[in-house]
Design a protein around this ligand. Structure first.
Ligand SMILES: Cc1cc2nc3c(=O)[nH]c(=O)nc-3n(C[C@H](O)[C@H](O)[C@H](O)COP(=O)(O)OP(=O)(O)OC[C@H]3O[C@@H](n4cnc5c(N)ncnc54)[C@H](O)[C@@H]3O)c2cc1C
Length: 364
């Protein structure tokens, strides 16, 4: 029998495990994907100017260490180097597809935002270095939880077979909406709780990112920051930013899609061409021939997004529902994950805040 089963190896789950390692408990982490990190995803890509590759962030990019103490402390503890988002030069603002973009100088938007040299995945990679491989179970998708009074039965889909475990306590370190939609609870959770969980949008789950790698940062040489905002309906990318490596020797721009999930799906085979067309209109012919284009559509990720997430919220939701702060099934079941954090919910900081709360509850 496990003392604690943690479901989800994103930042909240892994940081909880990292803290629990100090106690002498029998713990295990179960992760549906065959990789760790959840919404944190950096991909290695061949760089233009050097023979080497560099890491680009397809999930989170920024942290704000001035007012996010937990993530700042974790980055420091792991010895990660932070650097400023590149903002120098002219930023662009385009009101519709046919007008010439207006230029402005913006040194405020990313003033306190920092990137991690080598990619955001280093947060979870750093935690994983401390966690013994024997307690990690990738490719284990939780299907069902059953309250057996003094313990919980867990059933997983482990690829071509189902496996079961028993644990005295279970921590659900995954988005509440996904839990409500994909896990069978026996006995069923109260309908009001399930409805509340379904109403919590998973942060960024309906979004998609495009990364364009170039031989060099031509926009910097032309006096552009790389920032370009296109808030009009029909814009393929709504926001574009510089995504170069710290020293700028590996060059990339990234954009958040403006097209909603169903339109992205409709134009799936043409997205790259549409992106290049748009970015060339903004930055000129130097933008026309990227070395690589990567697209990460989070709305298509079954272990992040549900059908409801395909229409993202228009503003940052209020997270940290009071019922998700409580233990359930008489001290055996806990909700973790950034969407349960009462402040900084949705962000990396929120994931750490949630895991701190659960750690304190488990070790009371
Ligand atoms: C495109 C994008 C940009 C973002 N930008 C930023 C940013 O700049 N700054 C910032 O602070 N935050 C940003 N975020 C948010 C940040 O990524 C999240 O706050 C954080 O990664 C959430 O961590 P988590 O552990 O709570 O959840 P997740 O990372 O979602 O982890 C949940 C884990 O549970 C697993 N899982 C799901 N279902 C099951 C199941 N049935 N059984 C077992 N395991 C399961 C998943 O595979 C996943 O590994 C961004 C997110 C995205 C997608």
């Amino acid at each position: 029998m496990l003392d604690i089963a943690i479901i989800g190896a994103g930042l909240s789950g892994l940081s909880l495990v990292d803290r629990l390692l100090e106690g002498n408990r029998n713990i295990a982490v179960f992760e549906a994907r065959n990789r760790y990190g959840g919404r944190i995803l950096s991909r290695s890509i061949a760089s233009g100017s050097t023979a080497s590759s560099f890491m680009v962030d397809m999930g989170p990019t920024w942290l704000w260490p001035d007012y996010q103490p937990r993530i700042a402390a974790l980055a420091e503890r792991l010895g990660l180097e932070l650097f400023r988002q590149w903002d120098a030069g002219h930023s662009l603002y385009q009101v519709d597809a046919h007008s010439a973009p207006a230029m402005y100088i913006d040194t405020e938007t990313h003033n306190t935002a920092r990137r991690i040299k080598g990619g955001c995945h280093q947060l979870t990679a750093g935690l994983l270095q401390r966690i013994p491989g024997s307690i990690l179970h990738p490719h284990h998708r939780l299907l069902r939880l059953a309250d057996r009074d003094t313990y919980i039965d867990l059933e997983f889909d482990a690829g071509n077979h189902h496996v079961s475990y028993r644990a005295q306590q279970v921590v659900l370190a995954m988005p509440p909406r996904l839990l409500a939609e994909s896990i069978l609870f026996e006995p069923a959770l109260a309908p009001k709780l399930i409805r509340a969980m379904q109403d919590i949008p998973t942060w960024m789950a309906g979004h998609a990112k495009a990364m364009l790698v170039y031989p060099e940062a031509f926009w910097r040489h032309q006096g552009y920051s790389g920032n370009a905002l296109q808030p009009y309906p029909g814009a393929v990318l709504a926001e574009i930013y510089d995504a170069c490596s710290k020293q700028g020797e590996s060059a990339a721009l990234f954009g958040f899609f403006g097209l909603p999930a169903f339109t992205r799906e409709h134009y799936r085979d043409n997205l790259e061409a549409l992106i290049v067309q748009q970015i060339t209109r903004l930055f000129g012919t130097a933008a026309a021939n990227p070395l690589h284009i990567l697209i990460q559509d989070w709305g298509l990720e079954p272990f992040t997004a549900t059908e409801q997430d395909r229409v993202p919220p228009t503003e940052h939701p209020r997270y940290g529902h009071p019922w998700l702060q409580l233990d359930h099934w008489r001290d055996k079941l806990y909700f973790c994950g950034t969407e349960t954090a009462q402040t900084s919910g949705g962000y990396l900081e929120g994931a750490l805040k949630a895991s701190d709360r659960v750690f304190e509850a488990l070790t009371l």
